[in-house]
Design a protein. Sequence first.
Length: 201
Amino acid sequence: MTTDSPTICALSTPAGSGALAIVRVSGPVAVTLCDRFFQPRSGVSLTERRSHTATFGRLVRDGELLDEAVATVFRAPHSFTGEDTVELSCHGSTFIQQRLLEWLIDAGARAAAPGEFTRRAFLNGRMDLSQAEAVADLIASTSAGMHRVAMSQMRGGFSDELATLRAQLLEFASLVELELDFGSTFIKQRLLEWHHGRRSA
């Protein structure tokens, strides 16, 4: 993604009331945008925070205290999306959730489309297409088996298998090309070895 890509925001926890809610903000101005509303108890602004650090504070705009919250900062490229990201953990009231999203959108963020955080992770090279698809499978998993397959795929298991298969096919193609060009006994022998090796694998 380029630096002029819009900053996006969305609820990362299930919709509805709950004990806690997490609002994720990702993009080039995610940290400075959240800094407008988040007043850290420590007095150290979010723009001064190192990556992968959490801080407690209050969500305030124009004198309106919305909630007490925890802000976690993830600096690019070491975040889920590969962009600067802030996750705001607040109480799970639907009013608080909607009000916070309104503040963020009023300040210049855009509501994220479904799956957009994962799409940005893919476009920024944080995961390949197989891993991106596995995120949805993991979220939708309802059994230990589904969970195990999705976790393996998300950690690159399927991609590793594809990479191994691609290397084997390239080797076979190169042997075939040599056979067509030179037709030597050695190359024929290598082709037979490759074929027998694949049958026994």
